[in-house]
Design a protein around this ligand. Structure first.
Ligand code: GLN
Length: 445
C-alpha cells in the first residue's frame, strides 16, 4: 500500500532520493513470516519507514543530498539501521535533505527540492524535509531524520507531523554522517506521540561505537503515555515571543498553551535570558565543527573525485569545488575562519562560553518546571525560492537551536493551522525526559 502511495504522489512531492521497493517487499515478506510464527517480534516488525539519506545503509546509496556522495555506498550500517533491521522494520527508501543537513528548506539538496504536501509550491522545511514530507503525505508510517539545530522539529512543524529530537547521546550517532558532532541527534517523525515513543524506543540506548553515547538506562516510553498531565509544571519562556513571529503562528501556539492549561497543566512564566545569543553561537559552533568534519572529502578516500589532473592539490581543490554546493562551502569558510589562529578565542571560544550560559539557563529553569512550551519556528511553510538570503533562512531555527546547544530533548507537535498551513508547538524537556514531553504531546492530541 505504501509503495502504491509512493507511485501516486511521489512525482509531486519528491520526498525520496531513492525508493528501495525490491528490498521493502523482501523485508515485508520476512516480517510476514516472523509475524506468522510469532517469534522475535518488535512493535516495528513489518512497519514501513523511511530513512534520511545521511544515515549509512550498507550497500545502499547514502548521498547526504550531495554530489560529493552521489555514488557512495557505505560498507556498513549505522547502529540505528542495525537496530531497525533486527526489529524487522521495512525500509521504503532514503529521503531527501539539504546537503549535509545544512539548511531549513531542503532546497539545498544537490538533486531537487522536496515539496510540502500541504501546498506543493511551498517548502517542507529542512534539513530533514524529505522525511517529514514522506510521513505527511502517507508515503511512510514513520521516518527517521536528524536534528543539529532544528532539522527534525522545524520540518515537523511545517508538515504537520510529530518530530522528536532526543537528548544528545540518547541515540547512537555511529554511521550518521557527521555535520556538527556535538549537536547532531537522530530522531523520529511520526503522525502521533505513541508512534514517536515506539520509534524512539527502537533506536535508543548505549552504543560502545559512539564515544558520546549515554549509558543512562532507557525507560519504557509507551508506559509514560498516561494521557494525564494534571499538575505538571510547564514553563512558558518569555524570550520565545519575539518580533518576526507570524501573528497566525503566535495565535495557534497561544491557543495550544491554553489547551495544556485545560488539560490540567500548570503554566509558569519563566525566563531563559541568553536565548537571544543562541543563533549567533550556533552559527559559529556548527560551521566550525562542520569545517573539520567535511575535511575528509578530499577526493581520495571516498565519494566524488576530480581525476582530470595529475596534480594532487588541484585534484583536492577541484573535488571540493565541484563536489560541494554553495551553502556547504559557506559553512566551511565560516568554520575555518572562526577556528583560525588569532580568531579562535574571539569566535569559537566565545561561542562555546555562550553555549555554557545557554545550558545553565535550562539547568536553572528545569529546577522549577517539568517541561517548556514555545512555538517550534516563527513562520508557516514558505514558498520554494522565497528565502534567498542565508541569514533569513537561519532565522527559521531561532526557537530550536538552544535545545541542541544545551543537549536537551524537544518535540514539535501539530497544534493547528494558520491560513490553511500547519503550525507546530514545541515542547522542550530536560536531559533524558523524552517520556515527559511525549506524555504531554500524547495528552495534547
Ligand atoms: N537549519 C539549521 C542549519 O542549517 C539546522 C540544520 C540541522 O538541524 N541539521 O544548520
Amino acid at each position: 500500500a505504501h509503495l502504491d502511495r509512493i507511485r501516486a504522489v511521489e512525482p509531486q512531492v519528491k520526498a525520496y532520493t531513492l525508493v528501495t521497493d525490491d528490498l521493502a517487499l523482501k523485508q515485508a515478506e520476512e516480517a510476514d513470516r516472523r509475524i506468522a510464527s510469532g517469534e522475535d517480534l518488535s512493535p516495528l516488525t513489518g512497519i514501513p519507514i523511511a530513512i534520511k539519506d545521511v544515515i549509512c545503509t550498507k550497500d545502499i546509496p547514502t548521498t547526504c543530498g550531495s554530489r560529493m556522495l552521489e555514488n557512495f555506498k557505505p560498507p556498513y550500517n549505522a547502529t540505528v539501521m542495525e537496530k531497525l533491521n533486527k526489529a524487522g522494520a521495512v525500509m521504503l527508501g532514503k529521503t531527501n535533505m539539504d546537503e549535509f543537513a545544512m539548511g531549513s528548506s531542503t532546497e539545498h539538496s544537490a538533486f531537487f527540492p522536496t515539496h510540502n504536501p500541504w501546498d506543493l509550491e511551498r517548502a517542507p522545511g529542512g534539513s530533514s524535509g524529505g522525511s517529514a514530507a514522506a510521513v505527511a503525505a502517507g508515503m511512510a508510517m514513520g521516518a527517521y531524520g536528524t536534528d543539529t539545530g532544528g532539522s527534525i522539529r522545524q520540518p515537523g512543524s511545517l508538515c504537520n507531523v510529530v518530530g522528536l529530537k532526543p537528548t544528545y547521546g540518547r541515540v547512537s550517532r555511529f554511521g550518521l554522517v557527521a555535520f556538527a558532532s556535538s549537536l547532531d541527534q537522530i530522531g523520529p517523525f511520526t503522525r502521533n506521540a505513541q508512534d514517536a515513543a515506539l520509534m524512539l524506543q527502537a533506536v535508543a540506548g548505549y552504543d560502545a561505537q559512539d564515544a558520546t553515547s549515554s549509558p543512562q538506562p532507557v525507560t519504557d516510553y509507551t508506559k509514560e503515555l498516561t494521557g494525564n498531565i494534571k499538575g505538571l509544571r510547564i514553563g512558558v519562556p518569555r524570550e520565545y515571543w519575539v518580533e518576526g513571529i507570524q501573528p497566525g503562528v503566535e495565535k495557534v501556539v497561544r491557543e495550544g498553551i491554553e489547551r495544556l492549561r485545560e488539560l490540567g497543566a500548570e503554566l509558569v512564566d519563566v525566563s531563559l535570558p541568553h536565548t537571544k545569543y543562541g543563533l549567533a553561537a550556533y552559527y559559529i559552533v556548527a560551521p566550525a565543527e562542520a569545517s573539520a568534519n567535511l575535511a575528509r572529502y578530499d577526493g581520495v578516500k571516498y565519494g566524488y573525485s576530480y581525476r582530470e589532473t595529475s596534480d594532487m592539490w588541484e585534484a583536492m581543490e577541484k573535488t571540493r569545488q565541484y563536489g560541494f554546493g554553495a551553502e556547504v562551502k559557506r559553512r566551511i569558510m565560516l568554520g575555518t575562519y572562526a577556528l583560525s589562529a588569532g580568531y579562535y578565542d574571539a569566535y569559537y571560544k566565545r561561542a562555546e562560553q555562550v553555549r555554557t550560559l545557554i545550558k545553565q539557563d535550562f539547568v536553572n529553569v528545569f529546577k522549577k518546571v517539568d517541561a517548556l512550551v514555545s512555538p517550534t519556528c516563527p513562520t508557516v511553510a514558505f514558498k520554494l525560492g522565497e528565502i534567498t538570503d542565508p541569514y533569513q533562512m537561519y532565522l527559521q531555527d531561532m526557537f530550536t537551536i538552544p535545545a541542541n546547544l544545551a543537549g536537551i530533548c524537544g518535540v514539535s507537535i501539530p497544534a493547528g493551522f494558520s491560513e490553511g498551513l500547519p503550525v507546530g508547538l514545541q515542547l522542550l524537556g530536560n536531559d533524558f525526559a523524552e517520556g515527559t514531553i511525549l506524555r504531554i504531546a500524547d495528552a495534547f492530541q
